[in-house]
Design a binder for this molecule. Structure first.
Ligand SMILES: NC(=O)c1ccc[n+]([C@@H]2O[C@H](COP(=O)([O-])OP(=O)(O)OC[C@H]3O[C@@H](n4cnc5c(N)ncnc54)[C@H](OP(=O)(O)O)[C@@H]3O)[C@@H](O)[C@H]2O)c1
Length: 271
């Protein structure tokens, strides 16, 4: 059993909380702290203690999940330290994009930090969660963190802190890129006479089926699965030719680069 506090009870904290209570029912004492108690009611209904006192909440626990936006993190941590919180005997788990372990350690005076990068499908247990352990974290801390996050989906550990940035963009931001792709296909379906509802049903089922084909055939190259849909002289190949003509891969490369560049800006801002 662990005593766990979430500082900030927003979207991501809620995903992680749900994952923890699903896989470790009744096992942990969980506190969620945030400025608006009414927004935290749903945590209370699931057995957590809620408060707007970050200091008391942090003092009471051994594992602290930092669930505030990166722009808020410096202020929140500085206030906790000023109030006398000693982080040395705590495990600090940060989900803040672009906020490096060193930058957190400089404020809290402890290097015992784990960075995690979940994505929104974690809500359904179908997420991708990146984990980077600062070298000073113990084997027990690492095992506990992994155990707490296992209900969120696939865990990808990276031994290099830069890896968490890559997971942040390609695992964390990519659902938005994918939604955009799906939105475009739905719009094309609607433009050809289908009701929005039916178009959405078709396109989302296509996406689920396609991802499921990849998962069901891990040894088959994805290019081979694509070729299996592409007969010579057929209809699909004409569409694929357009993707090439419109530089699809270059566009995706620019998309990822822009997202990574923003991460770098955050790193500079928060260092
Ligand atoms: N969303 C994603 O896909 C995603 C993916 C990976 C990582 N992350 C990271 O997860 C973190 C949270 O993002 P999110 O999407 O969950 O944002 P969010 O829903 O806006 O959650 C932030 C929470 O922080 C609370 N908060 C604000 N000031 C606070 C304070 N002084 N003390 C305690 N709590 C405070 C807010 O409360 P009020 O609403 O009551 O003001 C809100 O509940 C960020 O660092 C982000 O980089 C997000």
């Amino acid at each position: 059993m662990s005593k766990i506090t979430f500082i900030g009870g927003g979207n991501m904290a809620s995903c992680i909380f749900k994952g923890i209570i699903k896989t470790r029912p009744q096992k942990d004492e969980i506190i969620v702290s945030g400025p608006h108690l009414e927004k935290l009611e749903h945590f209370k209904q699931c057995g957590a203690t809620i408060t707007s006192d970050n200091v008391a909440a942090t003092r009471a626990s051994d594992v602290i999940f930092l669930g505030v936006k990166p722009q808020m993190l410096t202020t929140v941590l500085t206030e906790l330290v000023a109030a006398g919180i000693d982080f040395k005997n705590k495990l600090t788990v940060s989900m803040a994009a672009g906020y490096m372990c060193n930058s957190i350690a400089k404020i809290i005076g402890s290097p015992c930090i784990i960075r995690i990068m979940p994505n929104t499908p974690s809500k359904l247990g179908l997420g991708v969660v990146g984990i980077y352990y600062a070298p000073e974290t113990s084997a027990e801390d690492r095992a506990l963190c992994k155990e707490l996050l296992k209900g969120l989906g696939s865990i990808i550990e990276t031994t290099d802190e830069e890896g968490i940035n890559v997971i942040g963009c390609l695992g964390g931001s990519s659902p938005a890129f994918m939604y955009r792709f799906l939105e475009a296909l739905i719009a094309e379906t609607v433009a050809r006479g289908f009701a929005e509802r039916d178009a959405r049903q078709m396109i989302q089922q296509m996406a689920l089926g396609t991802a499921s084909m990849c998962i069901a055939n891990p040894d088959t190259p994805i290019s081979q699965m694509r070729e299996a849909v592409t007969s010579k002289g057929g209809t699909t190949i004409e569409g694929l030719k357009m993707m090439t003509e419109y530089h699809f891969e270059e566009m995706m490369s620019a998309v990822v680069k822009a997202s990574m560049d923003r991460t770098r800006e955050f790193e500079r801002m928060f260092s």
